[in-house]
Write a protein that binds this ligand. Structure first.
Ligand code: OKV
Ligand code: MN
Length: 238
């Protein structure tokens, strides 16, 4: 089937087994009937190292590695530490935070979407900190129990900060969207992160363009399909 699928923001964790079950079902059905699958970040709710013996990770790795189509992964703001080792166990290939694709004659830019939320200065500061390679190496050398403790603390702090942030601040900044699409001369941008599924029309360098936003999997599944006819956003029960 000549179509390419995109998903993001499943936020898989052991506390939500129904979402994991829905993802495994999606892999068996939809993901076998497409050319390639792109996972645009936040597949997992948290990630503190590829050496975490969480059985959920094993289950996901087995299911992904059973696929025969190529699977690509861009990090999200939650699973940004997911490394080459785990990617190899899944048989998926890691991509940089922004990637331009040529699909069915269109220039398609894909990314997680957090870097478009430029009004959220607090988040961008956090991101800059935890993306420092030396700090990541240091964190990954800590014993697992200590990494777990640090992660719980950071998640609690972040939850408190988010309660006082407006919805506007946590959405994408329109100037940031236009700038990145112009830079890549993309006619379609696909991203997740904001959990606001929609297809927006806009103008980039005087040409009509689209921004397709994936939904989170909290209540139902969400995927974006690109084929020769264009882009569509599809919601489905898990
Ligand atoms: C992921 C987010 C927790 C947002 C810590 C260095 C440092 C990595 C880490 C620990 C936390 C990821 C890896 C997690 C995303 C949060 C809270 C807010 C807004 C360090 C490198 F600094 F401690 F040394 N972490 N985890 N947040 O629990 O998955 O995205 S996490
Ligand atoms: Mn996100």
């Amino acid at each position: 089937m000549s179509r390419t699928l995109f998903i993001a923001d499943l936020h898989l964790c052991q506390q939500e087994p129904a979402i994991t079950a829905g993802f495994l079902r999606f892999l068996q059905r939809e993901a076998t009937a497409c050319e390639a699958l792109y996972i645009l970040g936040d597949l997992f709710e948290s990630w503190i190292g590829d050496d975490d013996p969480n059985p959920l990770h094993q289950q996901v790795a087995e299911a992904l590695s059973a696929l025969t189509i190529p699977v690509w992964f861009i990090h999200g703001n939650r699973d940004f530490l997911l490394g080459k080792k785990f990617a190899a166990r899944c048989g998926m290939q890691l991509l940089p935070e922004e990637q331009l694709l040529e699909l069915y004659g269109h220039r398609v830019l894909i990314m997680h979407g957090d870097t478009l939320c430029t009004d959220d200065a607090g988040y961008l500061r956090f991101r800059e900190k935890v993306h420092q390679p030396w700090l990541q190496r240091l964190f990954l050398r800590l014993p697992l129990w200590l990494r777990q403790k640090v992660a719980v603390r950071l998640r609690n702090d972040s939850q408190q900060a988010n309660q006082t942030k407006s919805q506007q601040i946590m959405d994408v900044n329109q100037q940031a969207v236009e700038a990145v699409m112009e830079r890549y001369q993309a006619s379609l941008l696909i991203h997740g992160h904001t959990h606001r599924p929609a297809i927006h029309r806009l103008t980039v360098s005087d040409h009509p363009a689209e921004r397709a936003v994936l939904g989170a999997w909290h209540q139902e599944g969400s995927m974006i399909q690109v084929d020769a006819d264009g882009v569509s956003l599809i919601a489905f029960p898990w």
